[in-house]
Design a protein. Structure first.
Lengths: 470, 498
């Protein structure tokens, strides 16, 4: 008898999704009800996972595993989702996309991510990945009457399908050359002399790079970020990245463990390219969502730099990086949802002009988040980068470290530009006064964490490092 | 002593800033906020005087050491001071209240935020001089950029955005290379605690590249030719208080960095790069003095003169003679007082006539006699007149340089003559002559707060000019120790090569 305790979170999530779906169908105007149920589901899931945090084991002939490392990511995904839901409520209602399918699709995508990062087999991995992506395609085009939203959904779908095809091709090659779809068995049967497995690895990495939007597979990101409703963008920018980084680490740790020489080169290249492109391309942007898209590409570059070292400290530094990135991005999007003039949400960064006089608290929050994104000490963003470069330099990858740090200088330029607009420019028109507990709590929490992070900066890393070792 | 006095000195201003942040906004809140910030900064100054008083001048090594586990496993939060750093802490704590007094006259908008920025900046600056760990040092060193960027950008002049960006990006660019070097040092030696690094000694083959990485950061901050171009812009656009802090303290961080880190950790590389430093310093002294001659903006002129004076500092540090290094430290302290005073003097005129151009003044002595006296004294001390603190520093540096290279010393002396030329010419054009411009006739002489600050600074400049031993005694033991360690390292390296 297999131990089904391990899969309780997923079972609970699936059952509650179907139940909520039924409730949503049978009640009229059930958006609020479904949203509240979603909160309830997420919170109970958090409790379930907290309770069984250290349990580890595998199921279904070793195709599904769980351990504290995976549970950490699940908690991060759930927290990200919870806060994204909290900050987006106003926006969803104002743009009239408050259909009950919206929270359900988010839950479906979370379910997909859960399966994806828990998978220990190429089949279950691919199924999880597709479940997550399908929900995201629909979410991207959720604002049906908006042309841009439709465009972004379609664009995301077509490009993502292409990358999924490549990924699937990689999976089949891997199966063909090793004779197994199980991660651990693939690792055992990997023949280093075989070019075929290297090809398979390249294809799989391409697919994963697409999901985390690393250069050169980033082309969809700015358009999809800009076109999708902001509420969906905030979800895109936070949660799938966490899942993507998690599965990437699992891939390089288990099936591709022996191919380190090969994937290291690829990851170093992608990391450098993402950091430089993220820094340079964002300079010219005027739309804040597009700017955040490029900045997220840059940040993924730093996370990849940590992974590319192939060491425990490297992995944990990039996990810590992605966690801090989640906190910063939640803060940025809370600010974006406060940018509303005459009942319309603004996306142009020029609209921020003069915020410091009219809304000093929002301005100071923006200031702290931007400096943290730029990686200026003593804010959390600096320590995240510090850990990444610590492990990068430990492994003697000086070129990567120097290019990475120089690109932080370039990227500092556009973060400073936002601060300049907020603080140095004259006021245009004041923002509407928005009172929303969810947004203000999230913004407050994220800024406080960013400021006080320096008191105990090794907090995240000590937790994460023990997880990676296990 | 168990009382963590260094942490208190560092954190007190930030605490004051926190209080100001939460102080109630009312109509005449300005009084409250100013008093609160003045109280904090003066209390901090008294604390540093107490620190100086209980400082043991004959003690070799670091005093008041505080240690705290911080980043678990590898980095400790370590504070401590020796003769080199104590004076910079006192200087910082002394300049801050002066800035606060001066900004009351000149800052018209958002005074509360301005004072918060100044106090936070004070915390970071003192932290730089206290830290005995490379990572802690780096964090304080970089963190200072945030408040300074805002001070220039929010309260600055018309081209403030350009100046603020240039300041921030130049400094950041220099510093990231230092971060790479710091992390590399950690992996080479296994620690970032500099007292341990001094003992472990970094292998010579790494020293050159690491020295250059640190140099890139300090050269920008110093600023040395050719990366000095951010300084004139930043000075011209910054509000008076910002210029004062920039000239008096931020620039000293680099000189301090050379003394503490470059020489202490990389003695062999420092020896190797002497020609580079000498060349850049001489170019800085002569070239920027010539540039200063042609300036039409008073603040820009003083900014260029700062670059020239900092050239003397680097020159003195890299002579590795007791006179040279003590002269450099003395020059930094005295320049901290003099340049602060000169910027305040320009600020006094600017607040009244709203122009920084030299051509819009002339004959000021007829209506502002007190002001002209004070300005004259500072002008003379900037050009190094005996009897003022400016003389002692330059004289000691030149003694040090003469022992190393005759040619360099001659060229540096030419710089002093040029310095006299631009300063006297500036004074002549602004103060002397006939009062011809009608709009100047309404000007009022120094008010009470300006007078107090400037006379206080003048008294100090003259006092240190006549009695430099107060400073030299404090730094002497530490400088001797620095040179001793440096010579040992050089001799050891030579013996290894043989």
């Amino acid at each position: 008898m297999e131990n089904f305790d391990l899969i309780i979170p997923e079972i609970f999530l699936s059952l509650s999704i179907f139940l909520t779906l039924l409730i949503g169908v049978f009640f009229k105007n059930s958006y609020n009800l479904v949203t509240n149920l979603t909160y309830l589901i997420i919170v109970s899931l958090l409790l379930i996972i907290f309770n069984s945090f250290n349990e580890s084991g595998n199921l279904f002939s070793n195709s599904f595993i769980t351990n504290s490392f995976i549970n950490f990511f699940k908690i991060l995904i759930l927290l990200g989702t919870l806060f994204v839901m909290l900050i987006t409520q106003n926006f969803i209602k104002d743009t009239k996309i408050n259909y009950f399918e919206y929270p359900l699709l988010i839950l479906f995508s979370v379910l997909g991510m859960f399966f994806m990062i828990s998978s220990n087999d190429l089949m279950s991995f691919y199924l999880g990945l597709e479940l997550q992506s399908l929900a995201l395609y629909i979410l991207a085009s959720f604002d049906r009457d908006n042309l841009k939203s439709n465009e972004s959904g379609l664009k995301y779908f077509v490009l993502s399908a292409l990358s999924s095809g490549l990924l699937l091709y990689g999976c089949s090659l891997l199966y063909g050359f090793t004779g197994s779809t199980n991660f651990e068995e693939i690792n055992l049967k990997m023949e280093l002399e075989n070019t075929g497995t290297t090809f398979a690895m390249v294809f799989i990495l391409v697919g994963l790079a697409f999901k985390v939007s690393a250069v050169p597979f980033h082309m969809w990101t700015p358009d999809v970020y800009q076109g999708s409703p902001s509420s969906v963008t905030s979800f895109f920018a936070v949660v799938p990245k966490v899942a993507g980084i998690a599965i990437l680490i699992r891939f390089v740790q288990i099936p591709f463990e022996q191919l380190i020489d090969q994937w290291q080169n690829i990851l170093v290249f992608m990391s450098i390219a993402s950091m430089i492109l993220g820094a340079v391309a964002a300079i010219g942007q005027t739309n804040i969502k597009r700017l955040i898209a490029y900045s997220s590409i840059g940040h993924i570059g730093y996370a990849l730099a940590g992974i590319s070292t192939g060491t425990v400290t490297g992995y944990s530094s990039s996990i810590a990086y992605i966690s801090v990135y989640v906190i910063m991005n939640l803060g940025v999007f809370s600010c974006i949802f406060l940018m509303k003039k005459d009942g319309k949400y603004c996306e142009d960064i020029k609209d921020l002009a003069g915020t410091s006089k009219q809304n000093p608290l929002l301005a100071i929050a923006f200031l702290i988040i931007m400096f943290s994104l730029a990686g200026i000490p003593p804010l959390a963003g600096f320590f995240a980068k510090f850990y990444v470069f610590m492990s990068v330099i430990e492994n003697g990858m000086y070129t990567l470290a120097i290019i990475g740090l120089l690109s932080t200088v370039i990227s500092a330029f556009y973060y400073l530009r936002i601060i300049k607009i907020i603080y140095f420019d004259d006021m245009h028109k004041p923002f509407d006064h928005i009172k929303n507990l969810g947004i203000s709590t999230t913004l407050f929490l994220s800024t406080v964490i960013l400021i006080t992070f320096f008191i105990y900066p090794s907090f995240l890393n000590t937790i994460v490092e023990t997880l990676v070792i296990n | 002593m168990n009382f963590p006095i260094l942490s208190s000195v560092t954190l007190l201003p930030a605490l004051g800033a926190l209080f100001i942040l939460f102080s109630k906004s009312e109509k005449n809140e300005n009084r409250n906020v100013i008093n609160l910030s003045l109280f904090t900064s003066v209390a901090n100054f008294i604390l540093t005087i107490f620190l100086w008083h209980s400082f043991d001048k004959n003690f070799v090594g670091f005093q008041f050491v505080e240690e705290q586990n911080w980043i678990s496993g590898f980095i400790k939060f370590k504070f401590g001071i020796d003769g080199i750093s104590i004076l910079f802490i006192v200087l910082t704590a002394f300049i801050t209240p002066i800035c606060i007094i001066s900004c009351v006259n000149s800052v018209k908008t958002r005074l509360k935020e301005f004072l918060i920025a100044i106090l936070i900046l004070e915390t970071f600056m003192i932290g730089v001089f206290c830290s005995l760990d490379l990572v802690v040092f780096y964090i304080f060193f970089e963190a200072g950029l945030i408040p300074m960027f805002l001070i220039i950008g929010i309260w600055g002049g018309p081209k403030r955005v350009y100046a603020a960006f240039k300041f921030f990006l130049f400094t950041l660019l220099g510093s990231v290379l230092m971060l790479v070097a710091i992390i590399s040092i950690y992996w080479i030696t296994g620690t970032t605690d500099i007292t341990q690094i001094f003992e472990i000694k970094i292998p010579v083959k790494y020293q050159y590249i690491l020295w250059l990485a640190f140099f890139s950061s300090f050269a920008v901050k110093m600023p040395m030719w050719p990366v000095h171009t951010w300084l004139p812009d930043a000075h011209v656009e910054a509000p008076t208080a910002g210029s004062v802090i920039l000239a008096a303290i931020l620039l000293k961080m680099a000189g301090y960095g050379f003394l503490r880190f470059s020489i202490g950790m990389f003695p062999v590389a420092s020896e190797y790069f002497i020609p580079l430093i000498f060349t850049l310093s001489i170019i800085a002294i002569i070239y920027t003095s010539l540039v200063a001659l042609m300036q039409e903006d008073m603040k820009k002129l003083i900014a260029y003169s700062s670059v020239a004076h900092m050239g003397f500092v680097t020159l003195g540090i890299f002579t590795f003679t007791p006179q040279g290094i003590e002269g450099s430290i003395f020059q930094m302290i005295s320049h901290g007082l003099i340049s602060a005073a000169l910027f305040l003097c320009v600020g006094v005129l600017y607040d009244r006539a709203h122009s920084r151009l030299i051509s819009s003044y002339g004959g000021v002595v007829n209506i502002l006699p007190k002001y002209s006296l004070v300005f004259g004294v500072f002008m003379l001390s900037a050009l190094g007149l005996p009897g003022t603190s400016g003389f002692v520093g330059e004289f000691l540096v030149l003694i040090g340089v003469f022992q190393k290279s005759f040619l360099v010393a001659i060229l540096a002396s030419v710089g002093i003559i040029l310095g006299a030329a631009y300063m006297l010419w500036l004074y002549k054009r602004v103060v002397f002559g006939k009062l011809e411009k009608n709009e100047l006739k309404e000007l009022k002489d120094l008010n009470f707060s300006e007078g107090t600050v400037l006379f206080l600074l003048m008294a100090l400049v003259l006092f240190f000019g006549f009695y430099p031993n107060l400073i030299l005694d404090t730094i002497h033991t530490s400088v001797e120790e620095l040179i001793k360690n440096y010579k040992q390292a050089i001799i050891f390296n030579l013996s290894v090569i043989k």
